[in-house]
Write a protein that binds this ligand. Structure first.
Ligand SMILES: NC(=O)c1ccc[n+]([C@@H]2O[C@H](COP(=O)([O-])OP(=O)(O)OC[C@H]3O[C@@H](n4cnc5c(N)ncnc54)[C@H](OP(=O)(O)O)[C@@H]3O)[C@@H](O)[C@H]2O)c1
Length: 257
């Protein structure tokens, strides 16, 4: 049976690893990103593995274009799984006091509105068919307020809450919604962060864990499990204690190319 899967942010890191994890005969992949060269390369690799691939050079912040691309794809290939993965990370640059305000606003547009722009256009089709799965890539940062990346933590908390609210609403309509909260994954995004990165895992391992969690319809797919628990517990500590423990967990974020 054919399975139609859309992934945003498929040109790099977790999105690219997921695209190749799903690429196989019988799979139609819709891959979205902005970098044409990297999009072409991932699409070629996925085709080599037997998938049919449709690419979209779309900025997830562009609501109208996202809607039109997703509606066109869904008409030709009714979407079984959409992964709202595209995202950016910002934080305090080396030698600065706080994250750059323009970058923080841009981040919210990409991480929060970009995820909504990916999900809203597919809802009608999935509701009519009474089936489908929506996966949103949040982060372990959703559980814990980090002094050096306020907008990133806020954006990931927002999509965690958005996803779990949709899950509660859509379960009765036959639609599964899952939120993915990874720890540190070896990707170009993580490469910009200068600081401790405990328990980091490869993008390929992350893709395997995400696919397994989606198959099991886990509400929140968070890994590595021990780190996820520690982070979650840290997030619910009294404010003073949490801030004291977080002192050894400071970092800077280098400029994005
Ligand atoms: N790496 C980690 O440690 C980690 C941990 C937890 C959660 N996450 C989350 O995982 C997701 C993927 O991150 P990653 O680590 O794989 O980062 P990455 O290697 O930097 O990849 C980010 C992807 O997002 C795409 N993207 C960014 N802005 C976009 C926009 N406006 N429109 C369309 N695509 C856009 C990029 O594509 P183009 O450049 O081609 O546009 C790229 O494919 C993000 O949501 C991130 O927050 C990452």
């Amino acid at each position: 049976m054919t399975r139609n899967v859309v992934i945003t942010g498929a040109t790099s890191g977790i999105g690219a690893a997921l695209a190749l994890r799903y690429a196989a005969p019988g799979i139609v992949l819709g891959l979205i990103g902005r970098n044409v060269e990297r999009l072409r390369r991932i699409a070629d690799d996925a085709r080599q593995r037997g998938a049919i691939v449709v690419t979209g050079r779309v900025d997830v912040r562009d609501r109208a274009t996202m809607q039109s691309w997703l509606h066109d794809f869904d008409r030709d290939h009714p979407i079984d799984l959409v992964v709202a993965n595209a995202g950016v990370m910002e934080g305090t640059p080396p030698g600065c006091a706080i994250e750059p305000p323009d970058a923080a606003y841009d981040l919210m547009q990409t991480n929060v509105l970009g995820a909504m722009n990916t999900i809203q256009p597919v809802l009608d089709g999935m509701m009519k068919r009474a089936r489908g799965q929506i996966a949103i890539v949040s982060s372990i940062a959703a559980f814990i307020p980090l002094a050096d990346s306020p907008s990133y933590c806020a954006s990931k908390s927002a999509v965690l809450s958005y996803g779990l609210s949709l899950r509660a609403l859509l379960v009765a309509r036959g639609i599964r919604v899952n939120v993915i909260c990874p720890g540190y994954i070896e990707t170009p995004m993580m490469g910009r962060e200068n600081g401790p990165k405990p328990f980091k895992v490869s993008a390929e391992r992350a893709a395997d864990l995400i696919a397994a969690g989606l198959d099991r319809d886990k509400a929140v797919i968070s890994f590595p499990v021990f780190f996820a628990w520690v982070t979650w517990l840290n997030g619910i500590l009294p404010d003073g204690l949490r801030r004291r423990l977080s002192r050894s967990f400071r970092f800077t974020v280098s400029h994005r190319d």
